[in-house]
Design a protein around this ligand. Structure first.
Ligand code: NAD
Ligand code: USQ
Length: 410
């Protein structure tokens, strides 16, 4: 079953129990890489805090790893600790494992969760910024030549460009000198975060810029769009390998939420007018892009390599109607709990991944139907009270709760 790669690498996956990290770990292990997961299971604890859970019944880490060994014959080692607070342990693991590559998914990734309260804002900043800084600091202190691949977000750019295509990380600028001469430069694209979570990703960019310049660390930063879908080739091999499917108002992302809402008979909740345009990528392409990033590392003296990890853009309102046409379900326009532009155009360059061989999976009825089928299969696990987005960006904003009540919306 394994599709061995030419060159097997030791790869540490930080956040390997999460929605993107788990299928990525399996994909890389299946390619013949030696994969080690570090995760403090904080995402599972946040589910406990929010009294919400994945729509799909994800298994404990021990069960997942045992199932993978049975299915593939390959072993994945697992360390449970907090990379943001346990620096010495992180350094010791790097020295022990001697990885060629570290993939860094281990951050608090929900924008609504990051805006819930001062406590949640502070947790997100402490966790994400310290996690990233500890990884960089430990790579330098270890003296190892490690390629760091980080999962960033399209949201670092903001989503409006006045018609310009968002480049991959760097913007060409022409600055006039005092003598009127035009100097050409490439600068990091100016950041414009839309939540405390997105702001931490803009901070990550500066940390990468500095450690690359000062210590020559080889870094690839992947500016990923909204991930949709749940299965990959490897997670489908055994029920115990099933991936997480977040649907609640804090962690569920828009397309998966719409598909789930249609499948379980809840209104499709468009925030505001639905004029927001966002970038998307299917989870199968996420794991493939990470493989491509590992196979195409930056050179030793090269600046931070930035890829836009997305395959297409869509307007939220169009997605709602697409899902409604496919799976049924009423589209409702609810109050927008976020402070964000009501309407935006979005043009994004993704030439780098295309040039490295990505064959994009675009919104396809078959794949949309697959997500709907999964949502229907696990509909009995849905807690309807957890569906609306209740975290508001400011005190003035209102939660995204549909006005008309149905029998399922008590
Ligand atoms: P997730 O919450 O499912 O996974 C993150 C994992 O990291 C969790 O298992 C969590 O327990 C772990 N973690 C968090 N902080 C940690 C710490 N301090 N020490 C050890 N482990 C820690 O999130 P995801 O959806 O898999 O996202 C992974 C990465 O990809 C995130 O950085 C996110 O910003 C980025 N991303 C996600 C999406 C998306 O749509 N899901 C889109 C763009 C970018
Ligand atoms: N939205 C709705 N209805 C809903 C849920 C969301 O209209 O029921 C709208 C939101 O208001 C927003 C858009 O859909 O305008 C996207 O929301 P989202 O929750 O799907 O995505 P976002 O908060 O941006 O965050 C997700 C991931 C994050 C990642 C980001 C990539 O949680 O980790 O960084 O997507 S990006 O959006 O490209 O910045």
């Amino acid at each position: 079953m394994s599709i061995e790669t030419k060159e097997s690498k030791k790869i540490i996956v930080l956040g390997g129990d999460g929605f993107c990290g788990w299928p990525t770990s399996l994909h890389l292990s299946n390619l013949g890489h030696d994969v080690v997961i570090i995760d403090n299971l904080s995402r599972r604890n946040i589910d406990n805090e929010l009294e919400a859970q994945s729509l799909t019944p994800i298994q404990p880490m021990g069960t997942r790893l045992k199932a993978w060994e049975e299915v593939s014959g390959r072993k994945i080692n697992f360390y449970n600790f907090n990379i943001a607070t346990e620096y010495d342990t992180l350094l010791a693991v790097l020295l022990d494992e001697q990885p060629d590559v570290i993939i860094h998914f281990a951050e608090q990734r929900s924008a609504p969760y990051s805006m819930k309260s001062p406590k949640h804002k502070r947790y997100t900043v402490n966790n994400n910024v310290n996690a990233t800084h500890n990884v960089l600091c430990a790579i330098v202190e270890s003296g190892l030549d490690i390629h760091l691949v980080h999962l960033g977000t399209m949201g670092v750019y903001g989503y409006g460009t006045a018609g310009m295509k968002i480049p991959e990380g760097y913007l060409d600028v022409k600055v006039p000198t005092e003598t009127g001469e035009l100097i050409h430069q490439q600068i990091l694209y100016p950041t414009n975060p839309g939540s405390v979570y997105h702001m931490t990703k803009t901070q990550d960019q500066l940390l990468f810029h500095y450690y690359n310049k000062n210590d020559g660390i080889r870094i690839t930063d992947l500016h990923q769009g909204i991930v949709w879908g749940t299965n990959t080739k490897e997670t489908m091999l055994d029920d115990r390998l099933i991936n997480r499917f977040d649907y609640d108002g804090d962690y569920g992302t828009v397309l998966n939420r719409f598909l789930m809402q249609a499948a379980v008979g809840y209104p499709i909740t468009v925030h505001g007018t639905g004029g927001q345009t966002r970038a998307f990528i299917h989870i199968q392409d996420t794991v493939r892009c990470i493989q491509l990033a590992i196979e195409n590392p930056p050179k030793h003296d090269e600046r931070v390599m930035i890829f836009n990890q997305m395959t297409e853009t869509h307007r939220v309102n169009d997605l709602a109607h697409l899902v409604s046409d496919l799976a049924g379900g009423e589209v409702v326009y609810v109050s927008n709990p976020r402070k964000e532009a009501a309407e935006n155009e979005l043009y994004v360059s993704n030439d780098l991944f295309l040039s490295k061989g990505l064959n994009p999976t675009t919104l396809d009825n078959g794949l949309l139907q697959e997500v709907t089928d999964i949502a229907k299969k696990y509909a009995h696990r849905v807690d309807y009270s957890k569906i609306p987005a209740r975290s508001t960006w400011t005190k003035e904003q209102k939660p995204g709760v549909p006005e008309k009540k149905t029998e399922k919306m008590v």
